[in-house]
Design a protein around this ligand. Structure first.
Ligand code: TEU
Ligand code: CA
Length: 545
């Protein structure tokens, strides 16, 4: 990478506002609550906040259904609070990127309210309308990602409209130039406020071609992104990250090569799908294999080494907690959370930390379907119970995969309300807040928090960590993930044991080099690389020079 960018060495922290910190006791996180925690984030050392949606919204999908892009949901505060958040973050050297949800709007957005009025309405073509099929049914077989058909019938105008998410989230028609111009204006409004970039929700869907049943990676996708670049952020030095469930290493270069003028990077999800039975949905689980994780992550590291840029993440507001998935959320919670952090933050790319990950928060495991709030979860549960699945197997799948696993309120302390709220939290707390919380973590020098703090700090000073070339070792080893990062004469060696028993690792390429331990989750990790006995979930980062 010839051209260095500020976001190459940044670490980004995702805030899901509803569950982060409640300042006024109504049980809902808010902007003032975020401002109160900026010093905490400063202490953690992150450079950028990605703020999940805080815009006006009926909250069918917790803010991913926006009814006004230019105002703040009153539950979260006011535009004054938003301005204050930008200012106070800036004072602490923290940048803010906003969530850009422009594949769809809320059905309460004025554009859609207009569009629904009659076929000739000037906003009609902002959305995607089709006549019923000959038998009066849906125009085609396209399915919504939230279960059922992607088409909703509108009786008033006798047409169907498209929605890849809930029917309260109609898809925008990106082929309409006026619509695109409205989006550019809105983006420039936020850029003018001083934000540092955008995380772009399901951006790989905007080039859709519904008549050919093409959802992801449609023919016009990259044209639209290049137009967006020219019309909005291209003039500035901003960070843009596109959510792209359909990304492959090939099209990731289309998005993120610097000479293509599109995005800084994308979120790809191949490593997230490793527990999914191929061809089935993500609720149909298979066993995780470490060799597959190595294969996928390494493929991405190699592919974008010279061209493009990777984002690195384990978690977000849609995914289960990583310690409950690849780690161990019981006896070895702390060790495995640190191991997983070391593995990810040792790689080349921009790391993302999702709120609570830095203290090793775990999945929720609610006993009752009624405790799950997420629309996706409620829909899949109903759909599958109807289709004959048992309650037990569905609850098990939810425990592993429900998005609410990531959305339980942030655990700040062991007090009632977990220090998140003085009132009744909008969503049930994970009962383990009494022992897993920020207050405890800050008091314990061996906590997961301080491990993240070190990793985040290292990226600011260690060029090899930022730009070193990645090289996988022992691809077939089923329990140890080991790799090198190489830059000129310096080398980092990262060795991670994924299991709760002892394993051996041998490394012969250190001959004649000085070996130093930069970071470990045990106090006395071996310095002799000829044969390293790794204890449960042991993770060591060595520096060789
Ligand atoms: O997510 C995209 C998305 O497809 C996921 O919701 C996916 O359906 C699920 O998590 C895993 O299969 C984005 C947002 O991150 C999500 O919160 C929104 O619900 C969705 O878009 C619609 O805006
Ligand atoms: Ca509140």
């Amino acid at each position: 990478n010839t051209q260095q960018k500020w976001w190459h060495k940044s670490v980004i922290y995702q805030i899901y506002p509803r569950s982060f910190n409640d300042s006024n006791g109504d049980g809902i996180g808010d902007l003032k609550g975020i401002i109160q925690k900026l010093d905490y984030l400063k202490k953690l050392g992150i450079d950028v906040i990605w703020l999940s949606p805080v815009y006006e919204s009926p909250n069918v999908d917790n803010g991913y259904d926006i009814s006004d892009y230019r105002s703040i949901l009153s539950e979260y505060g006011t535009m004054d609070d938003m301005n204050k958040l930008l200012l106070e973050s800036q004072e602490r050297g923290i940048k803010i990127i906003m969530d850009l949800v422009v594949n769809h709007t809320s059905d309460q957005h004025p554009w859609f309210i207009e569009a629904k009025k009659r076929r000739g309405n000037p906003y009609r073509d902002y959305y995607i309308w089709r006549n019923p099929a000959a038998d009066g049914r849906e125009p085609n077989e396209l399915e919504s990602n939230f279960s059922g058909s992607a088409w909703e019938y509108d009786e008033n105008t006798d047409q169907y409209y498209l929605h890849f998410y809930s029917r309260q989230q109609p898809d925008l028609n990106w082929d309409n130039e006026e619509m695109r111009n409205s989006i550019w204006e809105m983006m420039n409004f936020w850029i003018d406020k001083g934000i540092s970039g955008f995380r772009m929700d399901v951006i790989d869907l905007i080039g859709k071609d519904p008549d050919k049943q093409i959802k992801e990676n449609g023919p016009k996708l990259h044209d639209y992104l290049q137009e967006m670049y020219r019309q909005t952020f291209g003039k500035y030095d901003l960070l843009t990250v596109g959510e792209a469930w359909g990304a492959t290493t090939e099209n990731a270069k289309l998005y993120s090569s610097s000479d293509r003028n599109e995005l800084s990077m994308v979120f790809q999800f191949e490593h997230i799908h490793l527990d999914k039975i191929p061809g089935k949905r993500r609720w149909d689980l298979k066993k995780l294999e470490l060799t597959e994780l190595k294969q996928v992550l390494s493929k991405w590291q190699y592919a974008l080494d010279q061209d493009g840029w990777n984002s690195l993440f384990w978690n977000n507001h849609d995914l289960p907690r990583i310690v409950s998935r690849w780690g161990n959320d019981g006896e070895f919670r702390v060790k495995s959370a640190k191991m997983l952090a070391t593995l990810l933050h040792g790689m080349k790319g921009t790391p993302y930390v999702y709120q609570g990950e830095e203290i090793g928060m775990t999945n929720a495991a609610f006993d009752s379907i009624d405790d799950y709030i997420d629309i996706e979860t409620q829909n899949i549960y109903q759909e599958r119970i109807k289709a004959g699945y048992s309650k037990e197997e569905m609850m098990k799948a939810l425990y592993m995969k429900a998005r609410d696993n990531a959305r339980t309120p942030m655990q700040w302390s062991g007090e009632p309300g977990a220090g998140f709220t003085q009132g009744q939290p909008w969503m049930k707390l994970n009962p383990n807040y009494t022992s897993i919380n920020v207050e405890e973590a800050l008091e314990d020098k061996d906590s997961v928090f301080y491990h993240y703090q070190k990793l985040i700090d290292m990226r600011k000073h260690n060029k090899t960590l930022v730009y070193g070339t990645y090289n996988l070792l022992n691809p077939d080893d089923e329990s140890i993930y080991a790799y090198e990062r190489i830059l000129e004469n310096e080398r980092l060696l990262i060795v991670c044991n994924f299991y709760e028993d002892e394993r051996e690792f041998r490394y012969s390429a250190a001959e004649g080099m000085q070996t130093k331990i930069l970071l470990s989750n045990y106090e006395d990790s071996s310095l002799d690389l000829n044969i390293v006995h790794l204890r449960p979930y042991e993770a060591v980062m060595y520096q060789l020079s």
